[in-house]
Design a protein around this ligand. Structure first.
Ligand code: 6GU
Length: 237
């Protein structure tokens, strides 16, 4: 059985979009995973195909109705976790991506307007996930981000060479810098150590660079990276 993704959205024509290309697209063609985008509006029974209404208590914008969202979820509910993509969710991490990729698949609810009625979030036990601290106009690009991150971890999607870079992130560090030919370009030389053929020295240089870049750019990640894991114990950094 392949890993199954169902996306509930008001804009099903956005899918597969970029997920139909490259690594994820090839995996889709090979049947490693499947993607179904379902139109939430198909649940609307009235003449105007209404899916939202004004918020109780007043305020701007519209809220998606619980009965409509519940009916959409009911049509695809099975053993898969149901996720609601929202900027008020817990921030997506590689650990969450790994957990979702290891399961049978996901049902992703993409919100629009000011939100979804809180009662259906609770009744369906939706896991609320955000992809970062900025606001998108809808959950669809976030759903694509989550799916891309999961699909690349599915067995058979990546070659052995590519699989190694997930380990460097798992180690809690950002990637070291990469270089290829030519050895000199616009007066800039590739670091000598990378041309030395000394594999131990190359590994040590890469590790030091990964640690330096992590410390500079992501003090939050660096703080969570225990001193016992560090090649260079840095003082005053
Ligand atoms: Cl999941 N949705 C929206 N609309 N904005 C976001 C987000 C999700 N994650 C970060 N910003």
């Amino acid at each position: 059985m392949s890993w199954r993704a169902t996306v509930l959205t008001l804009f099903p024509e956005m899918f597969p979009g970029p997920l139909g290309q490259s690594l994820a697209g090839r995996a889709l063609e090979r049947g490693i995973w499947s993607l179904a985008a379902r139109d939430i509006r198909a649940q609307a029974a009235d003449r105007h195909r209404t899916v939202d209404d004004t918020p109780f208590g007043g305020g701007a914008g519209m809220v998606m109705r619980p009965d409509i969202v519940d009916a959409a979820l009911a049509e695809c509910a099975d053993d898969r976790p149901a996720v609601f993509l929202t900027p008020r969710g817990r921030k997506l991490t590689q650990a969450t991506v790994r957990r979702l990729a290891e399961g049978p698949g996901v049902v992703l609810l993409c919100g629009r307007y000011e939100g979804v009625d809180q009662r259906v979030i609770e009744a369906r036990g939706l896991e609320e996930i955000s992809i970062g601290d900025y606001v998108l106009s809808g959950g669809e690009p976030a759903a694509m981000v989550l799916l891309d991150a999961c699909v690349r971890l599915l067995p058979g999607v990546m070659g052995a060479a590519e699989s190694a870079d997930e380990e460097s992130f798992s180690a809690g560090l950002l990637e070291y810098p990469h270089y290829t030919r030519p050895a000199e370009w616009q007066g800039r030389r590739v670091p000598d150590v990378l041309l030395s053929g000394n594999h131990a020295a190359i590994a040590a240089w890469r590790r030091a660079e990964a640690e330096r870049i992590t410390r500079e750019r992501r003090p939050d990640l660096w703080a969570g990276h225990g001193p016992e894991l560090r090649q260079s114990d840095v003082r005053g950094g």
